[in-house]
Design a protein around this ligand. Structure first.
Ligand code: VAH
Length: 312
């Protein structure tokens, strides 16, 4: 039985649906700081900075797994660094403590944001220098180390991946740097044009949400004896810059027009991250494999968003 925090977020909303499909709706307790009228399974309001309530909800639900997805993303964290530290790290410690006290398997995502300007930018290795210059990156590196500590010190079965930018059409992301690659599809369908806040030539790793969700399930179900790493597996499907995703869209919408108005805050964050990371360790230790490349993702995103706008 699984408890999810941040279940109304960009990943959490689709992870809840996928886990309910695989393990049965009644076996997945969704929680989020916001309320919802969604009736697809058990739900509770939970502020992850309330450790006692998190513990009690997991205990009452008899959860044996917790997937901690609640966090502030990179751009928001840069605007409100202290709030980000308190929420991202306070929530994580509470989730790890609940998992330790209730002996639950544990998942939380790290990010390519855990790397910094002094990290090798191309084919970034699994084990390398991590001196991030953003609060989000500091949170992610700290989180990786804390999850490793709970595994080594308490034997907690903690697992996690470093996600690239994730692209999806169900719940819009909020406050991320890679969100331009989500916004562009919405604007392409709505108005056949997009003004990018990330500059031409800025390469970042990306992945389509279905591949991200499958990676979580595959890692959590992997044979623990195969895992030499634990909480920070590099995973990625592609690396592109704004010009390349625009070109991919233009194959479907020939008159799609791309312009630029760079946001210096999010551009500085993007510039501090790798251009492309190496996911070979995840492939080796638990068979990670992404199905969608840029053109396959574009075709599916545009088709799904056109349907979404038609029914709006
Ligand atoms: C962000 N989407 O932009 C998140 C993610 C790698 C990017 O961590 O902050």
């Amino acid at each position: 039985r699984i408890m999810i925090t941040g279940a109304l977020g960009q990943i959490g909303s689709e992870l809840t649906t996928k886990l309910r499909t695989i393990y049965g709706a009644d076996n997945v307790l969704a929680t989020d700081i916001r309320a919802t009228n969604d009736e697809s399974g058990p739900f509770n309001v939970l502020d992850v900075t309330d450790g006692q309530k998190m513990h009690d909800l997991a205990k009452d639900f008899e959860a044996d797994t917790i997937m901690h997805m609640a966090a502030l993303l990179s751009a928001t964290a840069e605007e409100k660094p202290l709030l980000a530290w308190n929420l991202n790290m306070g929530g994580l410690v509470n989730a790890l403590e609940a998992a330790r006290e209730l002996d639950m398997q544990f998942f939380t995502p790290s990010s390519i944001g855990a790397f910094g300007p002094s990290t090798p930018k191309k084919n970034t290795p699994q084990d390398t220098l991590q001196r991030p210059t953003t609060m989000y990156g500091v949170n992610k590196v700290s989180g990786e180390l804390l999850c490793d500590y709970y595994f080594q010190k308490f034997g907690l079965d903690t697992r996690g991946v470093r996600f690239p930018g994730l692209i999806s059409y169900v719940a819009p992301p909020g406050g991320g740097t890679t969100d331009y690659a989500v916004d562009i599809y919405y604007k392409a369908v709505e108005q056949k044009s997009y003004e990018s806040f990330i500059a031409k030539g800025t390469y970042m790793d990306m992945m389509y949400m279905p591949d991200a969700l499958q990676a979580i399930v595959d890692l959590m179900e992997a044979d623990a004896s195969r895992l030499e790493h634990r909480n920070a597996f590099n995973v990625t499907a592609m690396s592109f810059d704004p010009e390349q995703i625009a070109a991919s869209i233009q194959k479907h919408i020939p008159d799609f027009n791309m312009t630029y108005r760079v946001d210096p805050v999010r551009q500085a964050i993007a510039d501090s991250w790798p251009d492309s990371i190496d996911a070979s360790v995840a492939q080796k230790e638990w068979g990670f494999k992404a199905q969608y490349d840029l053109d396959a993702m574009t075709a599916d995103m545009l088709e799904k968003l056109k349907k979404k706008f038609m029914h709006a």
